[in-house]
Ligand binder design. Structure first.
Ligand SMILES: O=c1nc2n(C[C@H](O)[C@H](O)[C@H](O)CO)c3cc(O)ccc3cc-2c(=O)[nH]1
Ligand SMILES: C[C@H]1O[C@@H](n2cnc3c(N)ncnc32)[C@H](O)[C@@H]1O
Ligand code: SF4
Length: 331
């Protein structure tokens, strides 16, 4: 019997790249006014093209419009409409568009099976460096988002960005804060350990996170975080199959959304699930697709969302049965 590692077959849709923050490690953002927003017609034609493929999750990832801007409601409404359209076409949305008001979060809960926001790091020292021009990255704002998501019973993804100037102690502090929130609310389904990876568009020119330190950090995270949180690592940022194995041995159990393009790190193409399967199998690990929400949270979702989930869960089961049947045929 082999052990299981999961991934989410995904496609990333970007309502806009424009962002009022300027995180100095960002390769995604463009200045305000330099990008038009994705229209609903464009979104529809993107989703239509995905239909014959095995995509389940639509990851809605966006640059941000300032909470006090007159354009905020239009920006938010577009995001909500995109989620609704994705759902109506049979996909399962997961939105990560930066900090939201409590009301915005509540509205998006109705059209998402899970949501996410990286804590990045809890230490306020980064507000003097990489986050100097990024008000959305205030640690207390992000912690509050995690708490609101807990109160609203939204299945949630968070994580740390590694190698942006934090110390080893800072990482432990960030993980402990996530653990504490989880003990109170229990809504955090996964924590991403995301190594900062230099790209061609960013201004921050620090070294990358030393990837060889990742397995030890995963082991530490495993001992700090409650058992019901899965540790996710992004395989395209890990470097070598040997290191990927070491990370899995240390306790990582999920490879995140695998889509045609990593919008956050476009210089690091996503590896295909097929390729990842072939490198994991000899080590006794079976890579299997999952939904963007973990089963223990299904009953937190509206009946309408649960219906969409059931349909996709059946697709997953059928896909597995098909694999099993073809195995039997081969033998
Ligand atoms: O392809 C990516 N997917 C990213 N995802 C997608 C993520 O792997 C999946 O959406 C979740 O695992 C849900 O299935 C994020 C989701 C979040 O909630 C927060 C941050 C990220 C970051 C990335 C990322 O850098 N690249
Ligand atoms: C969506 C998430 O992507 C992460 N992110 C942003 N820029 C980079 C980068 N250069 N390398 C790795 N991760 C990055 C942040 O953690 C953000 O919250
Ligand atoms: S990381 Fe997110 S918040 Fe920061 S500049 Fe990029 S898009 Fe904006």
């Amino acid at each position: 019997m082999s052990h299981k590692i999961t991934y989410s077959p995904a496609y990333t849709i970007v309502p806009t790249y424009e962002c009022f923050n300027r995180c100095s490690y960002c390769n995604f953002r463009v200045d305000i006014g330099k990008d038009s927003w994705l229209t609903m017609t464009e979104a529809k034609s993107v989703f239509k093209k995905l239909l014959p493929k095995e995509v389940i999750e639509i990851l809605v990832l966006s640059g941000e419009v300032h909470p006090n801007s007159a354009r905020r409601e239009d920006w938010f409404q577009r995001i909500e409409n995109i989620c609704e359209l994705a759902l109506s076409m049979g996909f399962l949305p997961h939105t990560n568009v930066g900090p939201l008001s409590l009301l915005e979060m509540e509205r998006l809960k109705g059209v998402n099976v899970s949501m996410g926001l990286m804590l990045e790091q809890l230490t306020p020292t980064l507000l003097k460096t990489v986050h100097k021009y990024a008000p959305s990255k205030r640690p207390e704002t992000r912690l509050q988002q995690l708490e609101w998501a807990g109160k609203l019973q939204i299945p949630f993804t968070t994580g740390l960005l590694l190698g942006i100037g934090e110390t080893k102690t800072d990482r432990i502090t960030s993980l402990s804060a996530i653990a504490k929130i989880q003990k109170q609310w229990g809504h955090i389904q996964e924590v991403i350990l995301q190594p900062h990876s230099l790209g061609s568009q960013q201004s921050y020119q620090n070294e990358n996170f030393p990837l060889e330190d990742l397995p030890a950090l995963i082991a530490d995270s495993r001992s700090i975080l409650p058992e019901n949180i899965t540790i996710q690592i992004p395989p395209n940022l890990i470097g070598t199959p040997e290191l990927l194995w070491a990370c899995i041995e240390a306790g990582a159990r999920d490879l995140g959304g695998i889509s045609p393009r990593d919008e956050v790190n476009p210089d690091y193409p996503h590896l295909t699930a097929k390729y990842l399967k072939t490198i994991l199998k000899p080590m006794g690990w079976e890579l299997i697709p999952r939904l963007p929400v973990y089963p223990q949270y299904y009953d937190w979702l509206s009946p309408k969302l649960q219906k969409s989930l059931k349909a996709k869960e059946n697709d997953l089961k059928n896909a597995e049965t098909m694999v099993e049947t073809s195995k039997v045929k081969e033998e």
